[in-house]
Design a protein around this ligand. Structure first.
Ligand SMILES: Nc1nc2c(c(=O)[nH]1)N[C@H]1C(S)=C(S)[C@@H](COP(=O)(O)O)O[C@H]1N2
Ligand SMILES: [Mo]
Length: 601
């Protein structure tokens, strides 16, 4: 109550409207600015879908190439290619064609040629070719390929291959190891238009100047949609998210506030100290041998997931995440509880209320380290499954995901799962970290950056039930002639509450149909809607009929307005709109997720 009063006192009633002007840039320059340097300007256009940058890249027909490049059986993909109505022989895509020539970069005085007389292109030139309009180029080893014709041959659908447009296909092939590259290469070869400058070795030339604190950041998978470069933040494209209940490590979203610290695994020590403990210094080896190993299948989601929808209502400060700042992995490590008990912490120590985590990452300007805390009840709970993880899906943690050791707090917002864990502190008080005290909190829609009282709201721990549509991608045009559309996505709730139901609408929420819940990932409770320990998301899918014209040439709605909402095991559901939960930092957006797609006859 006192919190509400406090907020009420500082706010003139007139400011309590969502129709206020956008917060101006000066007002945004608040405490978090140091850690949000890289954040990209928003796409706060008023039209639905304005923020969906990558979606428009997905031209019709890409699915075929995806099939060819990603399918387990390239032979089958070739067959598919052969039976396509109106498909041209691949020879039409050779560089001789007028189309390919006209789209070539402006002729340089002396175009460099490779040993076969083919033009040599730089990576920058290749990167300009990401859409059918600009021609779609990809590279494989030192080859440059114009695959535009191939992409356009297919009649439609969202696809994965255009994610590689303008760059190398190799990281995508590595993601889907099941396909045999030699045969897929045969499909690719006729589309070769030239060679890459410096050959395959050019890829290694990336390392930048020494003064840059981000210079030693690791390479990232090109499928990640970057939301900022320094620090790096990137999300998983929807089509890849919905494809697998376990998110492959390489495309798991990355949320870094600071430069990636490189921690030597051999000399690594975890310090455990604070109220009611005797200090421990544990090497990675000691952690692995002195404590029992556990695997926990858990979803991690950033509090800012789906923030871009908030910015469409009124600008918020933060990374413009779409629905991909979420992922699910099987985390391997030791229980935090076991380590705390080994440090002598007593379960009924009245002085210990919070467990703090501190990372090795440090703000190069202020020296501040990343930190967060969780309540003691969660930290010590046997069923709470809080893990000190050194493995992600059976692999050692990568540099971006917190090597060599990170915290995984299942059912709790991502910010508390501290990466590159340096220190654990038992304490009577919450962490004083910026990210615990002055960020990752939500307020009334009327609170702005002038009036915000950070002490007035609790730090986000368990997030509310949420869900999102991952496929079809925004920008996809639906065809009534197809009769139906298949919609896929995820649903997840905080606190280990399982998903009992997911409702999907194709008319903006006027009518609903329950989606089919897909089998939970390995290690998660196998029944849907578990009351506890349901740390992992539920993927779902549904095929819905598309509106049909009444008689030939009859009228059709211009769009199909998809919406999704989920229900968790406490029968919590989601609010229908973003406006009522808008908050200045753009966190915990769990409104119905809506995707409007144009409908053609
Ligand atoms: N040390 C440290 N831990 C951190 C962060 C960070 O910047 N530094 N980011 C946090 C946030 S906000 C999120 S959402 C998750 C993201 O984990 P991921 O990058 O492995 O997906 O890590 C959390 N742990
Ligand atoms: Mo986050």
């Amino acid at each position: 109550m006192s919190r509400l009063k406090r907020a009420g006192r500082v706010l003139p009633a007139a400011s309590c409207t969502l129709l206020e002007e956008l917060i101006n840039a000066d007002k945004l320059a608040l405490p978090c600015i140091a850690v949000e340097r890289g954040f990209q300007s928003s796409s706060s256009g008023s039209t639905a879908g304005a923020g969906w940058r990558s979606a428009s890249l997905l031209g019709a027909g890409a699915a075929l190439l995806a099939a060819a490049l990603l399918s387990p059986s390239p032979a089958a993909a070739k067959k598919e290619l052969a039976i396509l109505p109106g498909s041209k022989p691949p020879a039409s895509a050779l560089p001789k064609t007028a189309a390919a020539e006209s789209a070539a970069p402006p002729k340089q005085p002396q175009q460099q040629k490779d040993d076969k007389g083919r033009p040599i292109y730089t990576r920058e030139e290749v990167a300009k070719h990401k859409t059918p309009k600009d021609r779609v180029w990809v590279t494989y080893k030192d080859g440059v390929y114009d695959i535009t014709e191939f992409v356009e041959m297919h009649p439609g659908g969202a696809s994965k291959i255009l994610l590689a447009a303008g760059g190398s296909v190799e990281p995508f092939w590595a993601l889907y190891q099941q396909h045999r590259k030699a045969e897929v290469l045969q499909i690719l070869e006729p589309y070769r238009i030239g060679s890459l400058e410096g050959g395959a070795a050019a890829a290694a030339e990336a390392a930048a100047a020494g003064a840059d604190p981000y210079a030693s950041d690791p390479a990232r998978h090109p499928a990640l949609i970057p939301r900022s470069q320094r620090p790096f933040n990137g999300e998983t494209p929807g089509s890849l998210l919905a494809a697998n209940p376990i998110t492959p490590n390489d495309i798991f979203y990355i949320r870094n506030h600071l430069p990636v610290p490189h921690v030597d695994e051999k000399s690594y020590k975890l310090k455990v100290e604070g109220e009611g403990t005797r200090t421990l210094d544990l090497s990675l080896e000691e952690l692995k041998t002195r404590f029992r190993k556990h695997n926990v299948t858990a979803t991690v989601q950033c509090s800012g997931n789906r923030r871009n929808e908030m910015s469409r209502i009124k600008q918020v400060k933060g990374l413009e995440w779409d629905q991909g700042a979420i992922g699910t992995a099987v985390w391997g490590g030791v229980r935090l509880r076991d380590v705390l008990l080994a440090a002598g912490l007593s379960e009924d120590d009245p002085l210990v209320r919070h467990i703090h985590f501190e990372g090795f990452d440090r703000d190069p300007a202020s020296g501040e380290v990343y930190g967060a805390s969780i309540p003691i009840r969660k930290a010590l709970s046997y069923g709470g499954d809080v893990l000190l993880a050194y493995e992600m899906n059976g692999q050692p943690l990568s540099a971006d995901h917190g090597a060599p050791l990170r915290v995984i707090v299942p059912g709790v917002t991502g910010a508390r799962s501290v990466k590159w864990l340096r220190r654990i502190v038992a304490s009577p008080a919450e962490s004083g970290s910026h990210w615990q005290q002055r960020d990752y909190k939500s307020f009334s829609p009327c609170v702005d950056w002038d009036s915000v009282d950070w002490g007035a709201a609790p730090a986000i721990q368990e997030p509310p039930v949420t869900s999102a549509i991952c496929e079809p991608a925004p920008g996809t045009t639906l065809s009534a002639a197809d009769g139906e559309v298949t919609v896929r996505g995820y649903a997840w709730s905080g606190g280990g509450r399982g998903i009992v139901r997911v409702d999907v609408s194709a008319d903006g929420g006027a009518s609903w149909r329950p989606a089919r819940l897909l089998p939970p990932p390995p290690g998660a409770p196998q029944e849907h809607g578990a009351y506890a320990g349901a740390w992992a998301w539920t993927l779902w899918e549904i095929t819905l009929p598309l509106p049909q014209p009444q008689g030939p040439g009859g009228p059709l709605p211009a769009t199909v307005d998809l919406a999704v909402k989920a229900v968790d095991s406490s029968y919590n559901s989601q609010p229908d709109s973003v406006a009522g939960i808008w908050n200045l930092r753009g966190v915990v957006n769990n409104a119905w997720h809506r995707v409007s797609l144009p409908l053609e006859p």
